[in-house]
Design a protein around this ligand. Structure first.
Ligand SMILES: NC(=O)c1ccc[n+]([C@@H]2O[C@H](COP(=O)([O-])OP(=O)(O)OC[C@H]3O[C@@H](n4cnc5c(N)ncnc54)[C@H](OP(=O)(O)O)[C@@H]3O)[C@@H](O)[C@H]2O)c1
Length: 321
């Protein structure tokens, strides 16, 4: 594993991190999730990403992760892990279980720590910007989370480039630098290239790319349609069938051909393509099996691209509507 510094901070994150959004809820097979986390750590993945609402049911991924830690990572192994959680999406009923108030963020963090049976998380994120709450209040909650020792670092997620500028400035004034921005970024979703990455580089903030495989689309899984046992066929999955058009599949087939010519799987090429940008601190993958995890880890074996390969990929990507 290679480790990259998150922006201008002191924290090193693995080039590939593991997220527990899908496959770790109370509806999923616990042993399978436990094996994925164990294998990931054995292969040098030190960073595990959660959120209050991951499941389903919401909260159950954190509860299961707490069980995995208890079963396998006792003692000072905690000091070799970077564990993150977030609050910002709907978590509980009533006016205090959603968005970006100090009330919500700090009570949610306490709940997350209880579920995972942890004294602190390494990174606490505002999961999304809240147009109704002053950004100062949301950032003050992150600052307080760090000062109270319940989190070591503060992060933001899904903030636009301009919102990020303000959030980073406010955090800086409060004395708690913004460690990282968690942003959706893949070959199929490139909004971060239109300003956000420049802001992050300028401000010395890291970037961790989530859904780098576009929830599985950028793998060999959907090249012949939607198979069983896929996120798109799972009623609890967030990848919707109507996102998988025959036109898109055709393009994925073309990308797969380029990957094959590079002696890589499509998943490996999609991850390597993100990792070639030094502004990307880490790619945050999901996996529903140990086999997938290891397929993805092999992307580290071939991360360089020739100019011709980059142009060929660009040509396909530009033609995707
Ligand atoms: N901040 C945010 O708002 C936000 C939002 C979303 C996600 N995230 C974070 O990002 C993490 C990753 O998101 P993601 O799960 O969407 O990432 P992803 O890596 O784009 O997709 C992961 C899914 O793709 C399939 N897959 C992975 N590797 C494969 C392979 N080698 N071959 C075939 N299929 C493969 C699996 O789905 P199947 O079930 O089809 O096998 C797997 O669960 C989340 O866990 C979470 O921590 C954050």
């Amino acid at each position: 594993m290679k480790y990259n510094r998150s922006g201008k901070s002191g924290l090193l994150l693995p080039q590939i991190s593991l997220g527990l959004w899908h496959n770790f809820g109370s509806v999923d097979n616990f042993e399978n999730g436990e094996n994925i986390v164990k294998e990931a750590f054995d292969k040098g993945i030190t960073h595990f990403d959660l959120a209050n609402n991951y499941g389903p049911e919401p909260g159950s991924a954190e509860t299961n992760f707490g069980r995995i830690l208890k079963n396998n990572f006792q003692g000072n192994l905690r000091d070799q892990m970077v564990i993150s959680t977030k609050a910002g999406y709907t978590m509980w009923d009533g006016p205090y279980g959603d968005w970006g108030s100090r009330k919500y963020l700090l009570s949610s963090l306490d709940q997350s720590l209880k579920r995972m049976n942890l004294d602190y998380v390494d990174i606490f994120y505002s999961h999304r910007p809240d147009p109704e709450t002053p950004i100062e209040e949301t950032m003050m909650a992150l600052d307080y989370a760090v000062r109270s020792g319940k989190a070591l670092y503060a992060g933001i997620s899904n903030y636009s480039a301009s919102e990020t500028k303000v959030a980073v400035e406010v955090l800086k004034e409060l004395g708690t630098p913004c460690l990282i921005h968690q942003a959706k970024y893949s070959m199929l979703e490139r909004w971060v290239e239109e300003g956000l990455l420049d802001v992050l580089e300028d401000k010395g903030v890291g970037c961790i790319a989530f859904s780098p495989l576009a929830q599985g689309l950028l793998t060999n899984k959907y090249l012949k349609g939607i198979p069983e046992n896929s996120r798109a066929s799972n009623p609890n999955g967030h990848l919707k069938e109507n996102e998988i058009t025959s036109e898109k599949i055709q393009k994925l087939v073309q990308l797969n051909e380029i990957a094959t010519n590079r002696d890589q799987s499509l998943a490996q090429m999609a991850l390597a393509w993100l990792m070639k940008d030094s502004r990307i601190t880490s790619v945050l993958i999901g996996a529903s099996s140990v086999v997938q995890l290891n397929d993805n880890l092999d992307s580290l074996k071939k991360s360089k691209f020739s100019d011709d390969e980059i142009s060929a990929i660009e040509l396909v990507l530009k033609s995707i509507s």
